[in-house]
Design a protein around this ligand. Structure first.
Ligand code: ZN
Length: 188
């Protein structure tokens, strides 16, 4: 059975059995939190459980490494929409130990792309358009620096409401233990 038909079969039963009823809520984050975190598979269930988040509690924005590099990219837009449209009053950036974005090797990724059939022409065209893949595919040297960097980008954003706390944390992807890296209350 293909992955998609497996999902659809499961889904039919999920809806029929009204399993969704346990999750009904609305789009406004009950705990007034926006959380920027990593797409790591180990955090899918662990992070909400370890932070006591239930459905409806927080806006969860997931990006590789929890890294926001572009002040006007879609991740930062999500943070601003969470604040202005959906009522988030605090932002928490949650990086994690053992993140795949630590020491991400851009050249290795590029060589995998080539092996999967992306031609040199494509790389030349991108380079000529001023896109620096080496920078774009760069992660961070250590997870703590990654969190501090993203907190900084959000904190310094010209459209962030003044006084809105932006915190930084690291989570252990095995135990769920949180470490406070940046206390946003102290930086207002
Ligand atoms: Zn990660």
């Amino acid at each position: 059975m293909s992955r998609i038909s497996e999902i659809l079969d499961y889904n039919r039963k999920f809806v029929e059995d009204k399993e969704y009823e346990a999750y009904i809520t609305d789009k406004f984050p009950f705990k007034k939190l926006a959380i920027v975190t990593c797409m790591d598979t180990r955090l899918v269930e662990l992070l909400p459980k370890a932070m006591n988040l239930r459905n409806g509690d927080a806006k969860l924005i997931k990006i590789a490494g929890a890294i926001i590099n572009h002040p006007f990219g879609s991740a930062m837009r999500s943070v601003l929409v969470a604040i202005y449209e959906l009522g988030a009053e605090e932002v928490i950036v949650v990086g994690h130990l053992g993140c795949g974005m630590t020491g991400l090797n851009a050249n290795q990724v590029i060589s995998s792309m080539k092996k999967r059939g992306i031609s040199d022409d494509v790389f030349n065209t991108l380079e000529n358009s001023g896109i620096k893949l080496e920078n774009w595919l760069h992660g961070f040297d250590n997870e703590k620096d990654g969190v501090i960097h993203t907190v900084d980008i959000i904190k310094k954003h010209p459209l962030l409401p003044p006084g809105l706390p932006v915190h930084g944390m690291l989570i252990d992807p095995t135990t769920g233990k949180l470490e406070l890296v940046v206390n946003g209350q102290e930086h207002i």
